[in-house]
Design a protein around this ligand. Structure first.
Ligand SMILES: Cc1ncc(COP(=O)(O)O)c(C=O)c1O
Length: 441
């Protein structure tokens, strides 16, 4: 393969990629190697990867068992592509592994290449099962980049002028830090959950196909609704004839600690659960799992996904689930997540830029604000903070409607030393940023 300089790659991208192919960081990162929780760039600099390629690395980069599984398949010239038209046993391994972790009553699975496709399939299944068309989503949500999923996207920045919003209506966001009802979490009456009912009553004909929500909103900035929200909403959704779709593309694969699926941990009465990202530990695989009563209604119609269920991807997913279980990574995510969150809460006392610390397990966010009273979004500061952390060897992500939420989602196998490093770098970076801001004012 030819060797390109970074400047050549950047120039080519600018000229030939779509203009929205953005890059993180002022000096873009060019990773060439990854192991466990670490990444090395083309100059040999080492980074702790606390965003995991946008929440995709669960078991750790190039986990030795998964790598061995890949090598074995390659060495025996395992067929690359079978689709579901031929048999392979890897697809069964992956299906068994994920159904073992599924909430009660969910016993059917279909594999896709991505989270978007898994959600498209979920919408189709909910519509087929109910004979209805309307989907209710949440403001601030993100469910993918395809036409149908973008129609259920709660962010203007992701929607194009030509974007259809057919058969989707949005309910208010369960966003405690910026409650759209002006309430406080400890004294509210779950107005956000009731709003799902009001939305159905006012924006549909009174029946819906489904409701879709992430148990923690990822792209939205790790918005973590109160636990009681889900039970109240699932009841409303079912009362109006809809199917509850739980989008676990970011929250799944044990990331939130407590259970492989947050849907199960929270006891959400979901009819369909979708996943991708960490489920394949970086492999291009997604899945929609659902109750038989939903799946059965799809009989007699063709559904085909050319690459969905191929041996290499499904092997990686099956091994990922196995490794997460064997190495007790869900438990580790809970313990390390608590350490990290406690440390971030402590940092809030000295760094006024941090308006809110939230999330579950190793899916943690810090919302940066210019002022605690006005909660003005600290957008530039968030970008600069990420760059300073990168220079110190820590990779972070960002999210939120305005892009002012630092997103932290490291591999689930990080240890205490990694957590201490992350906290130290973030603390130092906030200090550096505060100095810069002081110098500018
Ligand atoms: C919650 C959620 N659902 C769905 C998707 C879409 O997944 P993909 O990009 O694999 O299509 C994403 C991607 O970020 C996501 O965060």
């Amino acid at each position: 393969m030819s060797k390109r300089t970074n400047d050549e790659i950047i120039a080519f991208r600018k000229k030939h990629f779509l203009p929205n192919a953005g890059l993180y960081h002022k000096k873009p990162l060019h990773p060439v190697k990854a192991q466990g929780a670490f990444i090395w760039d083309d100059e040999g600099k080492k980074y702790l990867d606390a965003i995991g390629g946008i929440v995709c690395i669960s078991a750790g980069h190039n986990h030795p068992k998964i790598k061995q599984g890949m090598k074995e398949l390659l060495e025996r010239d395992m067929i690359q592509h079978t689709s579901t038209l031929y048999l392979n046993h890897q697809i069964m391994d992956a299906a068994e592994a994920i159904l073992d972790e599924a909430p009660k009553g969910i016993d059917r699975v279909a594999f896709t290449n991505s989270g978007s496709e898994a959600n498209e399939l979920a919408f189709m299944a909910a519509r087929q099962a109910t004979g209805e068309t309307m989907i209710v989503n949440l403001r601030h949500s993100y469910h993918g980049g395809t036409s149908g999923t973008l129609a259920a996207c709660g962010h203007s920045s992701w929607r194009f002028r030509s974007q259809p919003v057919a058969s989707v209506t949005s309910a208010m966001e369960p966003y405690c830090y910026r409650c759209p009802f002006g309430q406080k979490p400890d004294s509210c009456a779950l107005e956000c959950a009731k709003n799902v009912e009001t939305t159905i009553q006012t924006s549909t004909h009174g029946k819906i196909a489904g409701f879709i929500a992430e148990p923690v909103m990822g792209v939205g900035g790790f918005i973590d609704p109160p636990k009681e929200y889900f039970d109240a909403v699932a009841k409303i959704v079912h009362n109006y004839g809809g199917k509850y779709i739980s989008d676990e593309v970011q929250t799944g694969a044990g990331r939130c600690g407590g259970n492989f699926l947050l849907t199960k941990e929270l006891g959400i009465d979901a009819d369909i659960v979708t996943m991708a990202k960490g489920f394949g530990n970086g492999a291009a695989i997604g899945a929609a799992i659902m109750k038989s009563e939903v799946a059965d209604t799809m009989a007699g119609k063709a559904y085909f996904n050319t690459f969905g269920g191929d041996p290499y991807q499904t092997m990686q997913a099956a091994m990922t689930v196995q490794v997460i279980r064997e190495e007790k990574m869900v438990e580790n995510a809970k313990a390390m997540g608590k350490l990290l969150k406690d440390g971030m809460k402590e940092m809030m006392k000295t760094h006024s830029l941090i308006g809110d610390v939230r999330g579950r397990g190793l899916l943690l966010g810090m919302e940066l604000v210019k002022d605690h009273k006005t909660k003005t979004h600290a957008v530039e500061e968030c970008l600069r903070f990420m760059d300073i952390c990168k220079d110190k060897g820590l990779l972070l992500g960002k999210g939120g409607l305005m892009g002012n939420v630092v997103r932290i989602a490291p591999p689930l196998m990080i240890n205490r030393e990694d957590v201490a490093f992350m906290l130290k770098v973030m603390d130092e970076s906030f200090r550096d940023l505060e100095k810069e801001m002081g110098a500018r004012h």
